[in-house]
Design a protein around this ligand. Structure first.
Ligand SMILES: [Fe+2]
Ligand SMILES: [Fe+2]
Length: 296
């Protein structure tokens, strides 16, 4: 599978953002929109536990992968996802200070962790609970495709870049997006190496395609209803902003971009993002890169 990867190996970059020093300039940091800001806060909340699921589902197979190249890519993938989790947790603390209920969403998704860890301890052999292992890996590759499409939209769209008014949140999302594209094929190649049936990931994608965005919208409303007095007082604004948010370039072509994944034989490298990745690697981490000073 070496020919299919996008970069040599995913680079693990230790980052330092300034979330602890300064609260974001305004509560509605995403284009001044209540709905969009709650949505971004929810995404940031679910990334750390979600990425932990990705890491566990791939790590379960490290012993059975014998391709040294794939092994090295898996190490890069795990390092990148772990770092994303760490940085989003720092941002989440700031979001809590701004009044967002990020711990609730993190708790909700993090609730599989105890069950998974228990089962991993009880049944360490990859020959046990095969279907459940496949189920988690299928979820991971579908979610990785979902995030890769997002990442591509964020990095390609000048409108989205202009919408992110808080510079540190913007930097975090750009860095995260770049790395999502750098490692977008890794979990997929593990999936293939393990020989999980194509139907598992396709079923997961069908679910993500149909329910992913509605679930996020519902969560955003729930977040506003429970924690945002200003939002609760303005239901018409919330509805308008929801429609505007769904028309946001972040979702442009989103549904359609999920469809190729449902074809048997699909591989993430079939969506060519090489140029975009090279551009942003320079833009963020070149000698005069925007984030060169954020590297630890
Ligand atoms: Fe990530
Ligand atoms: Fe990822």
């Amino acid at each position: 599978m070496t020919a299919s990867r996008d970069v040599a190996y995913p680079t693990v970059r230790r980052m330092k953002f300034g979330f602890d020093a300064q609260p974001a300039t305004t509560r509605y940091f995403a284009d001044g929109s209540i709905v969009f800001s709650h949505l971004v806060a929810i995404l940031s909340a679910i990334f750390p536990p979600g990425e932990d699921i990705f890491v566990r589902s791939v790590r379960r197979y490290t012993e059975v992968i014998d391709d040294p190249d794939l092994k090295k890519r898996v190490t890069g993938f795990i390092g990148q996802e772990k770092t994303h989790g760490l940085q989003h947790r720092e941002l989440n603390e700031q979001l809590v200070a701004m009044g967002y209920p990020t711990p609730w969403f993190e708790y909700l998704l993090g609730s599989t962790e105890r069950m998974e860890k228990f089962l991993d301890r009880q049944y360490p052999s990859p020959d046990r609970l095969v279907k459940l292992r496949h189920f988690f890996l299928g979820f991971t590759v579908a979610a990785e495709h979902f995030t890769a499409v997002w990442a591509e939209n964020i990095l390609r769209s000048p409108e989205i870049q202009a919408m992110m008014s808080d510079p540190e949140i913007k930097h975090l999302l750009n860095w995260h997006s770049l790395e999502e594209l750098e490692h977008k094929s890794v979990a997929f190649d593990v999936y293939r190496a393990v020989g999980v049936p194509e139907s598992t990931r396709i079923r997961w994608m069908r679910f993500a395609q149909n329910f992913g965005i509605p679930i996020l919208v519902l969560f955003s409303w729930l977040s506003i209803a429970t924690t945002d007095v200003e939002g609760r007082r303005q239901p018409v604004r919330i509805l308008k902003e929801t429609v505007a948010m769904l028309r946001n370039p972040m979702w442009k072509g989103f549904y359609g971009a999920m469809t190729p994944f449902r074809r048997p034989g699909f591989h993430p490298a079939q969506v060519d993002t090489t140029e975009l990745v090279t551009f942003w690697q320079q833009e963020l981490f070149g000698t005069k890169g925007q984030l060169a000073g954020h590297l630890r």
